[in-house]
Design a protein around this ligand. Structure first.
Ligand code: RB5
Length: 148
């Protein structure tokens, strides 16, 4: 089960991603926003990130104008590794090497066709583990240092 969220700037892209997930048979829950009215992206970055960090969802997808603001908010939640991707190579490798548990994209950056390919690359790629696991653990150590 995937948690998905966006601000107003990426509301339309979110609807398209949801259609795409439905076609692929991927279950998801939309944690807002629920219309094109102006909202604040940190609210939805936090909401999806907390839901993913709680273990309730396997992964999260967050969307805003650039993908950056909402990813910055998501990455403040301990245990979250949210990668902004505008290409499929990054989406694949952030799973293989970083074990990213959230994907962020920008509606004002990527077209809908590319966005769906990024989603597919992200969701279909497993974490490689091995030497990369030690590095991911190092990220968690940084987090622990500042979250006492
Ligand atoms: C909203 O205008 C815009 O600032 C937001 O969607 C996002 O791009 C922030 O990073």
């Amino acid at each position: 089960m995937i948690a998905i969220g966006s601000d107003h700037a990426a509301y339309n892209l979110k609807l398209l991603v949801e259609e795409h997930l439905k076609e692929k048979g991927v279950e998801f829950e939309d944690l807002g926003c629920y219309g094109p009215e102006r909202v604040d992206y940190p609210v939805y970055g936090q909401k999806v990130a907390e839901a993913v960090a709680s273990g309730q969802y396997e992964a999260g997808i967050v969307l805003c104008g650039t993908g950056i603001g909402i990813s910055l908010a998501a990455n403040k939640v301990p245990g979250i590794r949210c990668a902004v991707c505008s290409d499929t190579y990054s989406a694949k490798y952030t799973r293989l090497h970083n074990d990213a548990n959230m994907l962020a994209m920008g509606e004002r950056v990527v077209g809908p066709g590319l966005a769906m390919e990024i989603v597919d690359a992200f969701l279909s790629t497993p974490f490689e583990g091995g030497r990369h696991a030690a590095r991911v653990a190092m990220i968690s150590e940084i987090e622990k240092k500042y979250n006492k």
